[in-house]
Design a protein around this ligand. Structure first.
Ligand code: ZN
Length: 113
């Protein structure tokens, strides 16, 4: 039920924004979802549609942009994309990686009327 909690958070943000902007309806919600955020997009949109019923966000379209998992080597400082959970630095084949992006989940933009 991880996605339900996230959907509620997204709906709160969208409704707040609509209120501040005197909007009559929310058309589109852009989300940034990190590849390692663990969010299942289908469950998220499903949960959202369910709880958005009867609110200004009913029928809003959810556009998801995936954020790749990027790590930074703590030894040589290089940034690179982590694929297949390969957490070794490709430059120095050493070092401990710090995750730079890919774990986030945030609202990128909102389109209202
Ligand atoms: Zn390195």
């Amino acid at each position: 039920m991880h996605e339900m909690a996230i959907a509620e958070g997204v709906l709160d943000i969208a409704l707040d924004y609509a209120k501040q902007n005197d909007a009559k309806c929310i058309r589109e919600i852009g989300l940034l979802i990190g590849d390692m955020s663990g969010v299942v997009v289908d469950s998220l949109t499903f949960s959202f549609d369910m709880i958005a019923k009867g609110t200004l966000a009913e029928g809003a379209e959810i556009k998801v942009k995936h954020v790749p998992l990027v790590g930074r080597c703590t030894k040589c400082g290089k940034d690179f994309r982590i694929e297949h959970y390969d957490f070794w630095c490709p430059e120095c084949k050493d070092g401990v990686l710090k995750i730079v992006s890919g774990r986030e989940m945030q609202v990128e933009y909102l389109e209202v009327d």
